[in-house]
Ligand binder design. Structure first.
Ligand SMILES: [Zn+2]
Ligand SMILES: [Zn+2]
Length: 268
């Protein structure tokens, strides 16, 4: 019997948005710099949590193949999706490679947990993987708690797009807590992220991985400045800025804030 170990390892597989950095065809300074220096590149945002030797993934964009090869991960036990935008779920296709004989995951069905309308999209696009029992789908409700590998994963609804529901996730083990919130405009429909009511359960995390898409807010994303202010408001020990676009130029001089990068990792 495998003895249960306390603690979890978090690996930020990707820190960019759907267009990534460099963005195709873009000649801006950030994109040009990233063409010359691999360390400045950003792939689609995704967070991997390793707990008791099991791998739980939050969002699986089209870059997942390169991300898992880079981190030498050969197994995924469960996937949680925040929403149905392509940069958060198109990588489900690559889970197939883990299912061939003689691989750790061979023969196993990987559950995909997501808001109900995102599950509809997964069923539409990856119906053949469901038929082959490579994946199964689990609809989760806002506020629902899922217990998996000694972790408690709680969804919370946020406003992001008008056409789909979006969740953030709280990942808890005992008194340790991380929040994953890659795409957010607010936690309410009528008030800004800095004015809305914040559920108690989100407060005081060890880490928050949070949307910092641009220098200014857009229709569907907050700015990196709002991300920092929100992280401080909920009293996060560390605020990790993620889902950065090529146009984001966060300037921070604060030990509490980390500009996320592909491959950032932390043990809790
Ligand atoms: Zn996104
Ligand atoms: Zn650019």
């Amino acid at each position: 019997m495998v003895k249960e170990r306390k603690g979890m390892k978090l690996i930020l597989l990707g820190s960019g948005d759907a267009n990534r950095v460099p963005s195709l065809g873009c000649r801006c300074e950030n994109c040009e710099k990233a063409r010359r220096d691999d360390k400045l590149r950003r792939s689609c945002s995704s967070l991997l949590i390793i707990k008791n030797g099991k791998e739980i993934l939050f969002d699986i964009g089209p870059d997942i193949r390169e991300q898992l090869i880079r981190e030498e991960i050969n197994n995924i036990d469960a996937v949680f999706l925040t929403h149905q935008d392509s940069d958060h779920f198109f990588g489900i296709e690559y889970l197939r490679c883990l299912k061939y004989p003689l691989k750790p995951q061979a023969g196993k069905t990987t559950p995909i947990f997501a808001p109900s309308d995102a599950i509809d999209r997964v069923q539409e696009v990856f119906f053949y993987m469901i038929e082959n029992r490579e994946i199964s789908v689990k609809r989760i409700k806002p506020g629902e708690r899922t217990n998996i590998q000694g972790l408690s994963i709680i969804s919370f609804p946020v406003s992001h797009r008008s056409y789909c529901s979006t969740f953030g996730y709280i990942i808890q083990e005992g008194n340790k807590k991380a929040v994953y919130l890659p795409d957010v405009k607010s936690l309410s429909k009528s008030k800004s992220i800095l004015e809305c009511k914040i559920p108690e359960i989100i407060r005081n995390p060890d880490l928050i991985f949070i949307d910092a898409n641009g220098d200014e807010p857009s229709d569907s994303h907050i700015s990196w400045k709002e991300a920092v202010r929100f992280g401080k408001k909920i009293k996060a020990d560390k605020i990790i800025l993620i889902h950065l676009s090529h146009a984001a130029n966060p300037k921070v001089n604060d030990d509490q804030v980390i500009i996320g990068f592909d491959g950032y990792s932390k043990e809790l």
